[in-house]
Design a protein around this ligand. Structure first.
Ligand SMILES: [Fe+2]
Length: 294
């Protein structure tokens, strides 16, 4: 079952028009009224967003900027050890601020000249079809809030650290950006829900949690691993399998835990040949055959 909905805090609009993010009791920010107010305000910005308009400015506290600075510094050390070369080169070209949370508009302005990608603010979960299909147009939906400052290295949901440190640095690579676009075209092409889920699972096991062999070492290129302070230290010990479309498109995963099964590309060329070609050419029939081959 594809259960991404459990991952995002639900966002509700009340009768009076106010927007409320329903944090679970276990969320680190649950008892922090000030944080919750900010979460509501940031969600309201995304809900009121008009496509094509500048992305509204989100307010952050000094404590939150410090969370960004701390995580950026610590992850940079880990990236040097565990990230693929293509990611490191792209991150250098993008040049994200290290000392404060960048606004999504700013991230878009840095990214667009490099690969044409732009950000779109998301209040929470974006429906699968919409999230993936607009990748074909170079649009990436991202949440704008940041994790609770009491636990800088933990978040139960994708926050701006994941969306920007994980995804924007990857989207700054023309080769990875093209793979995102191809996934988007595939999502737009397929018709059945099963085929769309298959396409999104292949995305999950590659652009979110993919690993790759580089100069004999296992490195990460997936945004989920590269934005997770804990997971980046653990991925080499997981159950590493070779890239296999049918397996990736049908293997279930638990979004709330470290990913135990990971798929390894032999190289970036290999990833482009197998996964890029799949997204470029797949249709409902091809995916039905792959699903029934398991
Ligand atoms: Fe992601």
């Amino acid at each position: 079952m594809f259960d991404e909905a459990q991952y995002f805090a639900p966002v509700a609009t009340r009768d009076d028009g106010s927007v409320v993010v329903e944090l679970a009791k276990t969320h680190p920010g649950f008892a922090d009224e000030v944080y919750r107010k900010r979460r509501n305000a940031i969600a309201a910005l995304a809900l009121g967003y008009q496509p094509g308009a500048p992305i509204p400015h989100a307010e952050y506290t000094d404590e939150e900027h410090r969370v960004w600075a701390l995580v950026t510094k610590e992850l940079a050390v880990k990236h040097g050890k565990y990230a693929v070369r293509e990611f490191l080169d792209a991150a250098r070209r993008l040049g994200l601020p290290k000392d404060r949370i960048p606004q999504l508009q700013e991230v878009s302005d840095l990214l667009q000249p490099l690969t044409g990608f732009r950000y779109v603010p998301a209040a929470g979960l974006v429906p699968l079809r919409e999230f993936y299909s607009v990748l074909a147009d170079g649009l990436f939906h991202a949440t704008q809030y940041i994790r609770h400052h009491s636990v800088p290295f933990y978040t139960p949901e994708p926050d701006v650290i994941h969306e920007v440190i994980g995804h924007a640095n990857t989207l700054a690579s023309p080769r990875f950006a093209e793979l995102y676009r191809l996934a988007g075209r595939a999502a737009r092409r397929v018709e059945t829900g099963e085929a769309l889920e298959f396409v999104s699972k292949v995305f999950w096991f590659t652009l979110e949690f993919g690993v790759m062999r580089e100069s004999g070492e296992l490195k990460a290129y997936g945004a989920g691993i590269l934005s997770s302070y804990g997971e980046i230290e653990e991925f080499r010990g997981m159950d590493i399998r070779p890239l296999d479309l049918a397996a990736m498109g049908t293997t279930s995963y638990d979004i709330t835990k470290y990913q135990e099964v990971l798929f390894e590309a032999a190289s970036l060329d290999h990833l482009e040949d197998l996964i890029g070609t799949f997204w470029d050419t797949c249709d409902d029939d091809m995916i039905a055959r792959l699903r029934s081959s398991r």
